[in-house]
Design a protein around this ligand. Structure first.
Ligand code: ATP
Length: 256
C-alpha cells in the first residue's frame, strides 16, 4: 500500500471523552442478569471485558451502545454530550449487507448517513486487514474469518470516539488474529474502547485495564491494569504475569 494513500487514522489531537456507567441493572423476566453495575472508563483508554459465556457481557455492551435498554441505570459520556452518533459498535454477528460488496459494506455507515464515501480510506483498511484482493467480493463469497475482518474494517472506518467490539477476532487464525489486533491497537489510540473477548492473551495484548464480569446476578471486578504500551508482545514478562493472574481469576469465577 502506498503510504501516501494512508489516511491519518490515529489522530490524537482531540482525546476522546470517557464513559460513565452508573448503576446499570438488567433483568429478563424474573431473571436478574446484573444489578447496580458501575464503571468509569477514562477517555482514550482501552478496556477489555472478560467472563464466562452467558454471564451478561454482550448485554452490557449493547446497553452501552444504546441498542438495548437497561432495567435501571445510565450510561453517559464524560463531556456531557449525547452518546448517540458517536459510537462504533461491532456485534457478534457481522451484519454485512449481502447485496453489497466488501468495500461498499465498509463504507456503509457513510452511505446510510448520506455522507461522501472515502474509498481511499476503505481501501487502506481493507489492505490492512488482508482483504485488498476481495474488495469487490460479496459477503457470501468470503470465509467466516474474512467476513469478520470486513466487519472490523467497517468498524474502524467509522472513526468514532467510542468503539465497542464484541469478540471481534474470534473467527481469525492465530497469525491473522495477532496482525488484526496490532491494527486495532494502532488505530484505536486515543479512542475510548470497550472490547469483549474470551482470550486472556488477547486481553493482555490490547487492554490498558481488564475487567471481569462474573456471578449471578453478575458483578464487575476491580480493574486489573496491565503495564506497557499496546499491542504488547505475547512473550512480554508483564503480559505473561497478568495472563497467569487472569487465568486464576477466570477459573475461580467459573468454579464459584
Ligand atoms: N432477549 C433476551 N431474552 C431473554 N434472555 C436473554 C436475552 N438476551 C440475553 N439473554 C440471557 O441473558 C444472559 C446473558 O446473555 P449475554 O449474551 O449477555 O451473555 P455473554 O456473557 O455475552 O455470553 P457469550 O460469552 O456466550 O456471548 C444469558 O443467560 C442469555 O440467555
Amino acid at each position: 500500500m502506498d503510504q501516501a494513500l494512508a489516511p491519518d487514522l490515529s489522530r490524537m489531537d482531540v482525546a476522546s471523552p470517557g464513559l460513565a456507567i452508573d448503576g446499570l441493572g438488567l433483568r429478563h423476566g424474573a431473571r436478574v442478569i446484573f444489578r447496580d453495575l458501575s464503571m468509569s472508563i477514562d477517555g482514550g483508554t482501552f478496556v477489555v471485558l472478560l467472563g464466562a459465556s452467558g454471564v451478561g457481557k454482550s448485554s452490557l455492551l449493547k446497553i452501552v451502545a444504546g441498542l438495548s435498554r437497561p432495567s435501571q441505570g445510565t450510561v453517559r459520556a464524560t463531556d456531557g454530550k449525547p452518546l448517540a452518533g458517536r459510537i462504533a459498535y461491532m456485534g457478534q454477528q457481522d451484519l454485512l449487507y449481502p447485496w453489497l460488496n466488501v468495500i461498499e459494506n465498509v463504507m456503509l455507515g457513510a452511505r446510510l448517513r448520506g455522507q461522501r464515501r472515502d474509498r481511499d480510506r476503505a481501501s487502506y483498511l481493507l489492505g490492512r486487514v488482508g482483504l485488498a484482493e476481495r474488495a469487490q467480493a460479496l459477503p457470501s463469497e468470503l470465509s467466516g474469518g474474512m467476513r469478520q475482518r470486513a466487519a472490523i474494517a467497517r468498524t474502524l472506518y467509522e472513526d468514532r470516539p467510542f468503539v465497542l467490539m464484541d469478540e471481534p477476532f474470534s473467527a481469525l487464525d492465530t497469525f491473522t488474529r495477532a496482525q488484526v489486533q496490532d491494527l486495532a491497537a494502532e488505530l484505536l489510540v486515543g479512542k475510548t474502547a470497550l472490547l469483549i473477548t474470551h482470550d486472556p492473551l488477547e486481553a493482555c495484548r490490547l487492554g490498558h485495564h481488564l475487567v471481569l464480569l462474573s456471578g449471578a446476578p453478575a458483578t464487575l471486578s476491580a480493574p486489573i491494569t496491565v503495564r506497557g504500551t499496546t499491542p504488547r508482545p505475547a512473550d512480554d514478562p508483564d503480559l505473561l504475569h497478568t495472563q497467569g493472574h487472569l487465568m486464576r481469576l477466570l477459573t475461580e469465577a467459573h468454579e464459584s
